[in-house]
Design a protein around this ligand. Structure first.
Ligand code: FPP
Length: 245
């Protein structure tokens, strides 16, 4: 399996919509928070696997702007899980040369989570093997609105003219400004939608949907997704003949 992966055709950026924690817990007759706890174990395994496979960028949809509407108790459990995971994993991140990054409206997070997150980001910022980005209080439409506001202000203040606006200027104002476009987007749990995740950045991404619930997701599932990606022909608008000539 792993030997079938072509090291010259690795996705440079994998993004994952980790879905199905709640359904996984329900199937066991447990509270949703139990599913999230198990989901955090999957996060650890998949980060490790990506580092081992030399995937330079991994972005995880950990908490969306819409997730604030979940029951207070569940939101609190997710934030607690995040803080605990950050506290626990800082040594492992540094040992494996992994840089932690975050995208989203981080200021909206509870003080404790915000503080811990900023601390781990600062303490791992020199790491170069892989960038692990957590999307927290993230919504793609919110990100695009923020981008348009920032660019409009620059136009208003005569820092740039409307004719200067191009894709690279837009890229440079997104939360993901220092990340490459997504090559492979994975969503677990059988749902086949994007749910307001990285709408601009997935323009040419290959999409991989699996029935597996996130707490059951393993390195083997990830390898399958990468093999599936490597079997696709990415044409970027060109014809198959143009690509093969
Ligand atoms: C989706 O399952 C999952 C989430 C909303 C949150 C993802 C969070 C984790 C995996 C926990 C830990 C994260 C970190 C970064 C340590 P769902 O609740 O929507 O499941 P359902 O669709 O079955 O209800």
């Amino acid at each position: 399996m792993i030997e079938n992966i072509d090291p010259d055709k690795l996705p440079q950026h994998i993004a994952i919509i980790m879905d199905g924690n709640g359904r996984w817990a329900k199937k066991q007759g447990k509270f949703r928070a139990f599913g999230h706890e198990k989901g955090a174990h999957s996060v650890r395994k998949i980060v490790e696997a990506c580092a081992e496979l030399h995937i330079p960028n991994l972005t995880l949809y950990a908490f969306s702007t819409e997730n604030w509407n979940r029951p207070k108790l569940e939101v609190r459990a997710l934030m607690k899980l995040l803080v605990n995971a950050l506290k626990k994993e800082i040594t492992t991140l540094n040992k494996n040369n992994i840089r932690l990054n975050a995208i989203g409206n981080i200021e909206a997070l509870p003080t404790g989570a915000k503080k811990e997150l900023k601390e781990v980001i600062a303490q791992t910022q020199e790491n170069t093997h892989m960038t692990l980005t957590l999307a927290l209080s993230y919504g793609s439409r919110e990100e695009i609105v923020k981008t348009i506001k920032e660019i409009s202000l620059k136009v208003k203040n005569n820092l740039i003219s409307p004719s200067d606006i191009d894709e690279s200027i837009i890229n440079n104002h997104l939360y993901t400004r220092d990340l490459p476009d997504v090559d492979l987007l994975i969503r677990t749990s059988g749902e086949q939608r994007i749910s307001n995740f990285l709408l601009w950045q997935i323009a040419y991404a290959e999409l991989h949907f699996t029935e597996t619930l996130w707490p059951d997701y393993t390195k083997d599932h990830l390898i399958n997704a990468i093999l599936d990606y490597q079997n696709r022909e990415r044409r970027f608008g060109k014809t198959s003949e143009q690509l093969n000539s």
